[in-house]
Design a protein around this ligand. Structure first.
Ligand code: TIU
Length: 220
């Protein structure tokens, strides 16, 4: 068993059963005019982690380990968008409405794309997900079984929404989960800190946390 120095204690993993999941590093969460900004958020915090996420992705690729990307998005006819999600909050424009980068959070629209710097390579798994969690209504469970993954490293946005929801889903499905602390971000620094703290509390009740350097050192 290899190890990543982590909190609350070392994360044991087998390289051959470990994958990276990069959550929702899309223009819609990182650029003005996207979904995140429509909710009133300052998106600059998301932009700031892009180089770190890239370093993590590059490390997994260099080690020959799988990189999986997710995208929060909906069908153009909105048939997978529950009114409870569309009507949430008091946004300036809603999911499916036309914005400066196309229709918000709709598959195939320019704003829904993964940021150019973090674009998936041909052959990497890309999960389009209608929920906050990446397991709900997607092929992720089957994909992870197919590649034989048992340990999952997480990066992406936002820490307390889609990253944490997916980690909790993965934890309940028997995966050992670690989130890279500096390769995830929230629009609310206090929510990020709280999410990381609650993930690793109680003896890693939901998972482990480590820096990108610690992860890269562990998988090298
Ligand atoms: N990807 C993700 O976290 N979706 C969100 O809607 N996050 C918010 O923090 N709004």
């Amino acid at each position: 068993m290899a190890e990543i120095a982590a909190q609350p204690f070392a994360f044991g993993f087998k390289p051959e059963t470990t994958a990276l999941i990069v959550i929702d590093m899309q223009r819609d969460f990182a650029e003005p005019g996207g979904f995140g900004a429509s909710l009133g958020n300052d998106v600059s915090r998301v932009v700031a982690i892009v180089p770190t996420v890239k370093r993590l992705i590059d490390g997994f690729r260099a080690a020959g380990l799988p990189v999986i990307h997710t995208m929060e998005c909906h069908r153009p006819d909105l048939s997978d968008l529950p009114p409870a999600k569309r009507d949430r909050g008091n946004p300036s424009i809603r999911i499916g409405d036309m914005g400066p980068m196309g229709r918000l959070l709709i598959a195939g629209e320019p704003g829904t794309a993964i940021l150019d710097e973090l674009a998936p390579l041909p052959g990497e798994i890309v999960i389009e997900k209608p929920g906050k969690g990446a397991f709900y209504a997607t092929s992720l469970s089957n994909d992870l079984k197919w590649i034989g993954a048992r340990q999952l490293v997480f990066a992406g946005v936002t820490t307390e929404v889609c990253v944490q929801t997916t980690m909790r889903e993965a934890n309940d499905r028997g995966y050992e989960c670690l989130v890279a602390e500096d390769a995830t971000e929230s629009y609310f620094p206090e929510f990020k800190a709280a999410a990381l703290a609650m993930i690793r509390a109680q003896g890693a009740i939901v998972g482990w946390t480590a820096t990108t350097d610690q992860v890269l050192e562990g998988i090298a």
